[in-house]
Write a protein of this length. Structure first.
Length: 140
């Protein structure tokens, strides 16, 4: 994935709600994952996507990474149906949206080719979250 140009982020070591952890435990969740990503890809993670979207000032400060959240939740964890997941995305996404999908669900993975094809038909192109953040910052 990294070699193909995909941005690799940190999602914590064990999917803990980081806002509920003591500072040392939070730091361990983040640093262990950073080390694993570095070992696997040769690169440090570029952002943090905290489990459950749970973030506060302590998480931001401890992570030392930009936080990436989503604004379109497919609820793929609730509806294990690739057609429903793809339809949710294609019927609701707007330019600049970040879509939440979970690759642990085969139905979500199965929905991705249809989602990508649908977006391409609509003229969209794909960028990393860091690229999107930079574009939004430049736009003011």
């Amino acid at each position: 994935m990294a070699k193909a140009g995909h941005e690799i982020g940190n999602h914590s070591w064990s999917h803990a709600d980081l806002t509920r952890l003591a500072p040392d435990a939070m730091r361990d969740q983040i640093t262990r994952t950073n080390a694993a990503v570095k070992a696997a890809t040769g690169n440090n993670p570029t952002l943090l996507r905290p489990p459950y979207g749970a973030v506060n000032d302590a998480v931001r400060q401890t992570a030392g990474l930009p936080v990436a959240l989503w604004n379109l939740d497919t609820e793929d964890w609730k509806y294990r149906d690739s057609t429903k997941v793809a339809d949710t995305v294609l019927n609701n996404a707007k330019s600049g949206d970040i879509v939440l999908l979970h690759d642990i669900h085969p139905t979500s993975v199965d929905a991705v080719p249809r989602i990508l094809a649908g977006f391409k038909e609509q003229g969209y192109h794909f960028v990393t979250v860091s690229h999107l953040r930079a574009d939004l910052k430049r736009a003011g």
